[in-house]
Design a protein around this ligand. Structure first.
Ligand code: BEZ
Ligand code: FE
Length: 300
């Protein structure tokens, strides 16, 4: 391989990968190289721009650690996360749609009983959430595990608070509970509010340079798992939010928008007498039964 020029470089790289790795890696890398080269040709990438891109990716790496994942944020704002989620979760009509996972889930969130207050001290107007977990035929999915997480009224997740703060240590506004035998669940939390994705790093600078805002419409994250069903990772978005049509990470689906109903002080859905304004949200989730093909693919 000598005298490679701008017309022969793509094939030269592909030929260099001909015998290595496994078939899937070769397929992915062949395609990546072809698209990357086609992109550089199409925009006639200059050396300055190449240098700027390298510095940008270096900054994305430098700000990333086990608490902050700027690469995922980059994938999110470029729409790659939504594309990958959508093409990996095609479902029969009637199933609840999936959306992006986001960076704020934590593994060791506390377990709660039905009716508990998962806010655990997070600030915000009280909100009572009820719903059911169903199969696509309408039958209840008993004992499904429901993980839920959200930001507080200032738009911060507990993990975004300083590491030594009580919010981080105590896991606020997140946790998991199980649906009852009839698939129903209910818990108390706080009103979801719109918030900006972390924009104090290179991804924020990119958004600004592109004239894009960093806001996400108010939402509540859910991850629902039950044996025999495809895992559902989704959010419920608050109807009326000003960012529903311009979510910074392209995660909104019409079917996932629901009303948070405002109530004057009085009796809450669980019988609690409230002396302040509170909200309620009702949403039923429909899981996709994992068929034999899916099981096979997943178990490899
Ligand atoms: C989130 O909803 O938590 C989220 C999703 C993508 C990027 C940043 C935050
Ligand atoms: Fe979120």
């Amino acid at each position: 391989m000598k005298n490679i020029d701008e017309n022969t470089i793509t094939q030269a790289v592909i030929a260099a990968m001909r015998d290595g790795g496994n078939a899937r890696l070769r397929k992915v890398m062949n395609s990546l190289v072809q698209h990357l080269h086609a992109f550089a040709r199409e925009v006639e990438l200059t050396e300055d721009e190449w240098d700027q891109a390298i510095r940008f990716l270096t900054a994305v790496g430098h700000i990333t650690d086990d608490k902050r994942q700027e690469f995922i944020l980059l994938s999110d704002v470029l729409g790659l996360s939504t594309l990958v989620t959508a093409q990996n979760h095609r479902k029969p009509a009637g199933c609840t749609e999936a959306t992006v996972f986001g960076p704020f889930f934590v593994d060791d969130a506390p377990a709660y009983q039905s009716g508990d207050d998962i806010a655990n001290g997070a600030s915000g107007s009280p909100c009572f959430v009820t719903g059911r977990v169903l199969s696509v035929d309408g039958s209840p999915v008993a004992s499904a595990r429901i993980d839920v997480w959200q930001s507080d009224e200032e738009g911060f997740y507990d993990v975004q608070r300083p590491p030594e703060s009580a919010a981080t240590a105590e896991h606020r506004a997140r946790g998991w509970l199980r649906a009852a035998h009839d698939g129903s669940f209910h818990f108390r939390s706080i009103l979801a509010e719109a918030y900006p994705i972390p924009h104090d790093g290179p991804v924020g600078q990119l958004l600004e340079a592109l004239g894009r805002h960093p806001w996400r419409p108010a939402h509540l994250h859910f991850m629902i798992t039950a044996p025999g069903y495809e895992k559902l990772v989704t959010h419920i978005f608050r109807d009326g939010d000003q960012y529903l049509d311009s979510d910074a990470v392209f995660g909104v689906r019409t079917s996932l928008i629901a009303p948070w109903i405002r109530h004057e002080p009085g009796v809450a859905p669980d019988g609690t007498v409230m002396d302040e304004v509170f909200y309620s949200l009702q949403y039923d989730f429909v899981l996709n039964p994992a068929d034999a093909t899916h099981q096979h693919a997943r178990n490899g």
